[in-house]
Write a protein that binds this ligand. Structure first.
Ligand code: NDP
Length: 279
């Protein structure tokens, strides 16, 4: 029996067990996926003892993603681009790490809004945190010519741009509406809108009619940004798809089956999000 888990502090809110246990049942895999609450001061020790604890790997959630990256003996390009890891596995005794957020976001975007690709219109990103880094990397890999980044703390956006090079341009947070009207894709990667808190204060009137609007916040499933985009007839991409697709590579590494993101799985998560647990 192969065992994996998600580590975090706290970890109770994680929806990863719902996803992986669904796939374990669906594919009849002899395996398990648990939650492990690990205090920050115990992360390095926990990861060193994965084998002893009977695990073949794990997911990593807040606040352990940096520590997981640092603990890995081997990191791939995706993990190095983002600087944090969310998926770990053992190759013999070597701890390997990746970051699957780039894959999760791009896979969902490609499936939900095919034809979004563009070389002559910019992609606009709100936010410059860890998720923004993963998504900027994805768009660069996809060949986008110009990525505009808007962040409340401009210095953080400038650091991101420095890492990724000349195709990434930094704009003031206050320009987010005016400088995104010609966007091919607009993505909110800030935590604004999470649990309905705050507003991005963007009026989508006058946006390019082909603009795809994406929000990686998935609680609520339809954020204010997505509702506004739908009301104007723009294509939308929600954050739940990213969460589901980012889980695929880990499941395949640990359990040897490449799982499918199906509508039934999505509906299970939608029901959970609509339920009493709102985080
Ligand atoms: P970080 O803490 O690294 O970044 C947070 C970002 O939000 C920063 O750019 C920050 O700006 C901005 N921000 C926060 N509050 C405000 C505000 N009041 N006004 C303007 N900007 C604000 O977080 P992550 O990048 O890891 O995650 C961001 C969001 O994405 C979270 O809600 C998370 O749940 C979600 N997420 C969803 C995933 C999915 O699978 N769907 C995967 C990963 C994350 P500043 O730099 O100025 O502080």
């Amino acid at each position: 029996m192969r065992r994996a888990c998600v580590i975090g502090w706290p970890v109770e809110h994680s929806r990863s067990p719902l996803i992986h246990n669904y796939w374990l049942r669906r594919y009849g895999v002899d395996g398990s996926y648990d939650k492990e609450a690990v205090r920050p001061e115990h992360v390095a020790g926990f990861l060193k003892s994965l084998t002893v604890r009977g695990y073949v790997g794990c997911n990593v959630t807040l606040p352990h993603k940096e520590a997981a990256f640092a603990a890995a003996a081997e990191t791939d390009d995706a993990a190095r681009a983002v600087g944090v890891a969310n998926t770990l596995w053992l190759d013999g005794s070597r701890l390997c790490a990746t970051n699957t957020d780039t894959y999760g976001f791009m896979a969902h975007l490609n499936l939900t809004a095919p034809g979004w690709e563009t070389r002559d219109k910019p992609v606009c990103i709100l936010g410059a945190g860890g998720a923004a880094r993963a998504i900027v990397y994805g768009f660069l890999q996809a060949g986008v010519g110009e990525i505009r980044v808007f962040n409340r703390t401009r210095a953080r956006a400038e650091e991101l741009a420095k890492q990724f090079g000349a195709r990434v341009k930094v704009h003031d947070w206050g320009e987010r509406e005016a400088q995104s009207r010609d966007a091919a894709v607009l993505v909110n990667t800030t935590s604004i809108g999470l649990n309905g808190a705050g507003s991005l204060e963007i009026d989508l009137t006058g946006f390019n009619a082909d603009c795809v609007v994406s929000d990686i916040v998935y609680v609520p499933l339809e954020t204010e940004l997505l509702a506004g985009a739908k009301a104007r007839g723009l294509r939308t991409v929600d954050g739940l798809g990213m969460l589901l697709h980012q889980a695929v590579p880990g499941f395949e590494k640990w359990f040897g089956v490449r799982p499918e993101v199906t509508d039934a799985l999505r509906q299970m998560l939608v029901a959970d999000i609509a339920g009493p647990k709102q985080c």
